[in-house]
Design a protein around this ligand. Structure first.
Ligand code: AMP
Length: 110
């Protein structure tokens, strides 16, 4: 399997504006923001897409949502949109599962 750009960001081979990191996820600013705040949340365990989630990995999308919820609370953001693009027809360009976090509100930090 070819490495995606998000594999390279996770490995530190390509730089990104990191907004949050822990043992399970990395969150970084989208390079082409579609809102004043646009962060991508990716799991450290690779899954290509929501279309590839299995019973063994079904906890991962929920985990990303919880991390985004906590991040929003910490940043004082009260309203936001969470989106998964699924497959090429769903607008997914990077085949590494990611949650888009978009808000008209600005981050306190970064
Ligand atoms: P999607 O269309 O759901 O696959 O979204 C991929 C997102 O990744 C797009 O919004 C891109 O702007 C973003 N993106 C692509 N390359 C980078 C990068 N090097 N750093 C940050 N965001 C990126």
């Amino acid at each position: 399997m070819e490495k995606t750009i998000f594999h390279k960001i996770l490995a530190g081979e390509i730089s990104a504006a990191i907004a949050y990191e822990d043992d399970e996820i990395l969150a970084f600013k989208d390079i082409h923001p579609k809102a004043p705040t646009h962060i991508l949340f990716i799991p450290k365990h690779f899954v290509a897409s929501i279309a590839d989630v299995t019973p063994d990995t079904a906890h991962i999308p929920g985990m990303l949502i919880l991390k985004a919820q906590k991040f929003a609370a910490e940043q004082g953001i009260s309203g936001y949109k969470l989106t998964f693009h699924v497959g090429k027809g769903g607008g997914q360009e990077v085949m590494y599962l990611h949650l888009h976090f978009l808000s008209e509100e600005k981050l306190k930090q970064f």
